[in-house]
Design a protein around this ligand. Structure first.
Ligand SMILES: NC(=O)c1ccc[n+]([C@@H]2O[C@H](COP(=O)([O-])OP(=O)(O)OC[C@H]3O[C@@H](n4cnc5c(N)ncnc54)[C@H](OP(=O)(O)O)[C@@H]3O)[C@@H](O)[C@H]2O)c1
Length: 286
């Protein structure tokens, strides 16, 4: 069992840190808004820290899950000087590969290992310990970190050097964006044609049109339920990273760009925290 610090007890980090405690690790948690730390230690076995430096001191592993690039750089910047040499920082935030490389270089200068390790599987994946984790970093650091990450993951894969985890997450988001617009048009079409969407999924859900989104979202979309899941604001952040990276690679991304605009419409409708399947709400509005 290891000494593990977790920085950032948001929707994802809170249950992930809980799985580390349940696995028997010695866990210290820190969150910017301190009431979540108190709530967490009421629910799990671990130590509450009011400052990040106290949480990371002596830790073998420091896991973090915050918001975007600037947050990663800020929180990691506070952690480096207090982490012990040879410790490993694992960042589960969805950020740019450039951010990951910057953190990786700073970690190397401090004698710390670094893995960029964005996650997929949503809140339910975090709660159920069934996340998919795509990693970038050195094989030796990865091999040490896997048994810790395993506490909340069903799949962990090393994709290449630092930054490769974030690039893989971008591919994931490109797939989801196009898929959800297609599914939104399908549900809208089925309903306009007088079909029952649950019956439609029963008929086509085991064939070539099957997807995680169809299995898990078609029914909720048909009922107009969006107050859960992966927020549109986070998706726009992710698609912004994708489109910036595509520009650097000299690639056209017509569908991803279009879906990003559609999500901007959803934000204008007040759907900032709605689930990403709310692209359908935009079609219903027109
Ligand atoms: N939610 C999902 O389904 C999902 C799925 C896959 C990936 N992700 C990614 O995982 C990351 C976290 O998502 P989430 O849903 O857990 O977000 P969230 O509920 O909004 O939590 C964000 C966490 O980061 C902390 N934070 C943000 N900026 C910070 C800063 N500058 N300094 C210190 N702490 C900071 C927040 O602290 P406070 O409590 O003080 O605000 C909070 O603990 C994001 O990058 C997101 O894109 C999310």
């Amino acid at each position: 069992m290891s000494k593990v610090a977790f920085l950032g007890l948001g929707v994802m980090g809170y249950p992930m840190a809980g799985h580390l405690a349940a696995a028997g690790h010695e866990v210290r948690v820190w969150n910017r808004t301190s009431h979540k730390v108190g709530q967490w230690v009421g629910e799990y076995t671990g130590e509450a820290c009011l400052q990040p430096d106290t949480a990371v001191k002596d830790a073998d592993f420091v896991m973090m899950c915050v918001g975007r690039d600037a947050d990663v750089l800020e929180v990691a910047g506070v952690a480096y000087p207090y982490m012990k040499e040879g410790a490993i920082l694992v960042d589960h935030t969805t950020a740019s590969d450039g951010c990951a490389k910057q953190v990786g270089e700073r970690c190397a200068a401090w004698g710390i290992g670094f893995i960029d390790a964005p996650i997929s599987g949503g809140e339910s994946g975090a709660v159920n310990g069934q996340l998919t984790v795509m990693c970038g970093g050195d094989q030796a650091h990865f091999d040490k970190a896997v048994p810790i990450i395993d506490a909340y993951a069903k799949a962990v894969k090393l994709m290449g050097p630092v930054g490769a985890g974030q690039l893989t997450k971008m591919v994931n988001q490109i797939c989801i964006a196009g898929m959800l617009q297609g599914l939104s048009e399908a549900v809208n079409f089925a309903q306009a044609a007088g079909l029952d969407m649950d019956e439609v999924v029963g008929a086509i859900g085991k064939g070539a049109a099957q997807s995680w989104q169809m299995d898990n979202r078609a029914s909720t979309m048909a009922r107009g339920e969006y107050e859960f899941g992966f927020a549109v604001d986070w998706m726009r952040k992710d698609l912004g990273i994708v489109l910036d990276t595509a520009k650097k690679l000299g690639l056209d991304m017509p569908v991803t760009e279009l879906v990003d605009w559609y999500y901007a419409d959803v934000q204008d409708m007040g759907g900032n925290r709605w689930d990403t399947s709310s692209l359908l709400a935009r079609l219903k509005r027109e």
